[in-house]
Design a protein around this ligand. Sequence first.
Ligand code: FES
Ligand code: FES
Length: 160
Amino acid sequence: MEVTVTLTVNGIERTITTDSERPLIDVIREDLQLTGTKEGCGEGRCGACSVLMDGQRVLSCVTAIVQADGKSIRTIESLAQGNTLHQVQEAFLAEGAMQCGYCTTGMIMTAVGLLEANPRPTDEEIIAAMRGNICRCNGYTKILNAIRRAVGRPQEVSAI
Ligand code: FES
Ligand code: FES
């Protein structure tokens, strides 16, 4: 069924007419050309497609566009201000917390959502929040270190 929805994406109001069950990620990537959000599994199992919806991390591959009606969506493109990266982006760079980079957008958006809700998470809280994000390159130690750096306590850890 075709619907018309209005949502705010990275601060810009958008009105979209499309199939009500179309995945949010398709609107983000295809209609809005915001290709920083990546699709991995396409079925809610890897976290690569994570975006923030009203501040909460959602999986955009299993979020129907109709669920985003009236919501505020933020994607990875919203984070940097001009040439200034977000603190989480800076931390991922500083820790080298990416290899192929395919999971990185989802990791960063999930971490940003966590830190906005809880600016000083413990390791256990970080690990719990990131549990739904899979890195096929097995970069978990560096990813944890990056998030720890982003909250102001960089130090080496052996493993998640
Ligand atoms: S692409 Fe959405 S969870 Fe894997
Ligand atoms: S860096 Fe390759 S999947 Fe995480």
